[in-house]
Design a protein around this ligand. Structure first.
Ligand code: NAP
Length: 449
C-alpha cells in the first residue's frame, strides 16, 4: 500500500476530522481488483462453469481515478461481490470493455473510464476524500455507502424515474473505478449515509441487493406487494433472495422460499421464512434431456407451494434464475398474479407457455436495480433496523478473485464482503446501541458460513 494511502487509512481509523483528512495528499496509485482488455479472449470456447475468475481478475496497483464535475472520490473501506462481477470476470455475455467503449463516444467524462483495465465492483462503504465542482451535499470525511447506479439525468426520460435515464450505468460494471479499488470514483448522486450500526464490510453488502429487492417487491415501479401476499422467492438465501425474504416479512407478506440444500433450508428458516422448498431434494428439474420443459414438474412445484400455503398460489413470483425456472414461474403464479424479474442467471432466452399468462391475466414486470430515491427508501429500512445485511463472510482484497469464484459456483451463502482498506472485520460501528438491539439478526448468515 502506498504511504499516502496508509496515512489516509490511519486518519479514517482514528476518526480524524474531515478538515484534517482533506489536508492529506492523495497517492498516485492504488490497489484494485481489475480485469484487462488484452485478456478478454482468454476463456474463448470454454463452458461458463470452467471459466475461472481467479485467472481473469488481478489485484494490482493502478493509477487513482481523476476527479470531474459532480463527482466524488471515496476511500473504500469495504466492498462486496455481486453477480455482475462474476459476469465481468467471465467476459460474459460480452466483455464489459464494450460498455466503456460505447459510453466514451462523445462524452469526455465517460472517456476517462475507457482504459485497458477496469476496476470492478458495484458496492462500497467508505469515506469521502474529495469532491468535484458542483458537489454541495457531500464533503471530505462523510461516511457513506454507494448506490450502484450512475446517471447523468441530461435526458428527459430519467426525470420520473432515474433508472429510466438512457445514460444509466451500473457502476463498476458499465463504468470503471468501482468498489473493489482503494479509491472509487462515483457521481454525487450515488452517495448515501452509512448505516452506523453496521461494520464497514456489512454496510458494503447491503446497497445493490437490497435496493434491487425493494424495487422489485415494494416500489410502485415493481410488484407493489400487499399485506398477506404469497411471494415465491427463488434462491431465498442468496444475495437478492435473502433481501427479498426480509422485505416480504417486513411488509406483512408470506414468503415461500426455494433453495437447494438442507443447510439453506435451515438458513431460510433462521431468516424467518417458515415455508421452504428444497429444489434439489424435490427433484425440481424443469428441463428434460431433449431440451423441452416437463409440465409435470411445474405442477409438482405448484402442488408443493399449495401444501405450504393452505392451497394458495403465489401472488408474486420473484424471478432471477431465468431460463431454468421462468416457465415454472409463469405457471405457478396466481390468476392475476405477477412475475417480477431482474435477471437470467441460467440463460436469457426464456420459454414459457403463454396460455397460462394471458388466459389467467398474469403480468410480467422487468425490473433493474433502482432509482436513487428507491435506494434511499430501502437504506432507511436498514437504518431503522428493519432490513439487515446478509453477509456470511468477508475476504481481504487480495482474495477477491476467490470470493468471485465462490459466487460463480453457488458455494457462498448470502453476501460475501471484501475488506478493501479495512484491515480487519468488525470496524466502523458508531451506533453500538442500535447494533446491540439487532445483533442476532445481523449475525444470522455468519452462523451458517
Ligand atoms: P446469488 O447470491 O448467487 O444467489 C442466486 C441464487 O439463485 C442462489 O442462491 C441459488 O439458490 C439460486 N439459483 C442458482 N441457480 C438456480 C437454478 N438453476 N434454479 C433455481 N435457483 C437457482 O446471486 P444474487 O446476487 O442473488 O443475484 C441473482 C441474479 O440476479 C444474478 O443473475 C444477478 O446478476 C442478478 N441481479 C440483477 C440485478 C439487477 O439490477 N438487474 C441486481 C442484482 C442481481 P439455491 O441454489 O439455493 O436454489
Amino acid at each position: 500500500m502506498a504511504n499516502e494511502m496508509k496515512e489516509i487509512l490511519e486518519a479514517i481509523l482514528t476518526e480524524t476530522s474531515g478538515a484534517e483528512l482533506a489536508d492529506l495528499p492523495l497517492p498516485d496509485s492504488m490497489r484494485g481488483a481489475i480485469v484487462r482488455r488484452d485478456e478478454v479472449g482468454m476463456f474463448d470456447g470454454m463452458a461458463s462453469a470452467d471459466k475461472d475468475p481467479r485467472k481473469s481478475v488481478h489485484v494490482e496497483e493502478v493509477p487513482i481515478p481523476p476527479l470531474g464535475p459532480n463527482e466524488v472520490r471515496v476511500a473504500v473501506m469495504a466492498s462486496s461481490i455481486n453477480y455482475n462481477t462474476v459476469w465481468t470476470s467471465m467476459f460474459e455475455p460480452l466483455p464489459t470493455f464494450g460498455f466503456l467503449d460505447r459510453r466514451a463516444k462523445g462524452n469526455p467524462l465517460a472517456a476517462r473510464h475507457n482504459l485497458d483495465w477496469q476496476v470492478i465492483g458495484s458496492d462500497a462503504s467508505g469515506v469521502v476524500l474529495d469532491v468535484g465542482p458542483g458537489v454541495t451535499k457531500w464533503k471530505t470525511g462523510d461516511r457513506v455507502v454507494v448506490h450502484p447506479i450512475a446517471v447523468d439525468m441530461e435526458d428527459h426520460f430519467g426525470h420520473d424515474d432515474g433508472i429510466m435515464d438512457p445514460s444509466q450505468a451500473a457502476w463498476g460494471f458499465e463504468t470503471n473505478f468501482g468498489g473493489l479499488g482503494e479509491i472509487a470514483l462515483v457521481k454525487a448522486t450515488q452517495l448515501m449515509p452509512k448505516p452506523e450500526h453496521l461494520t464497514w464490510e456489512e454496510a458494503a453488502t447491503v446497497s445493490l441487493v437490497s435496493t434491487t429487492a425493494y424495487r422489485m417487491l415494494v416500489s410502485p415501479n415493481g410488484a407493489q406487494m400487499k399485506q398477506g401476499d404469497v411471494v415465491l422467492v427463488w434462491g431465498a438465501t442468496g444475495g437478492i433472495g435473502g433481501m427479498a425474504v426480509q422485505y416480504v416479512l417486513n411488509g406483512g407478506g408470506i414468503p415461500v422460499g426455494v433453495v437447494s440444500s438442507p443447510k439453506r433450508v435451515e438458513l431460510a428458516k433462521a431468516l424467518g421464512c417458515e415455508r421452504v422448498i428444497d429444489r434439489s431434494a424435490e427433484g425440481l428439474d424443469f428441463w428434460t434431456e431433449d431440451g423441452t420443459q416437463d409440465q409435470k414438474v411445474w405442477r409438482k412445484l405448484g402442488q408443493l407451494i399449495r401444501e405450504l400455503t393452505g392451497g394458495e398460489d403465489p401472488d408474486i413470483v420473484y424471478e432471477h434464475p431465468g431460463r431454468s425456472t421462468f416457465g415454472a414461474s409463469v405457471f405457478v403464479a396466481k390468476r392475476g398474479g405477477t412475475v417480477v424479474t431482474c435477471a437470467s442467471t441460467t440463460g436469457f432466452a426464456h420459454e414459457f407457455d403463454n396460455r397460462y399468462l394471458w388466459m389467467n391475466l398474469k403480468r410480467i414486470i422487468g425490473s433493474h436495480c433502482a432509482n436513487y430515491k428507491e435506494a434511499w427508501e430501502a437504506l432507511r429500512l436498514t437504518k431503522l433496523g428493519a432490513i439487515h445485511p446478509i453477509m456470511s463472510k468477508s475476504y481481504p482484497l487480495e482474495e477477491a478473485p476467490d470470493a468471485i469464484n465462490a459466487v460463480h459456483h453457488n458455494e457462498h451463502e448470502g453476501k460475501l464482503g471484501v475488506r478493501v482498506l479495512a484491515p480487519v472485520d468488525g470496524l466502523g460501528v458508531m451506533d453500538q446501541a442500535l447494533r446491540a438491539q439487532h445483533e442476532d439478526a445481523i449475525d444470522v448468515y455468519r452462523r451458517f458460513a
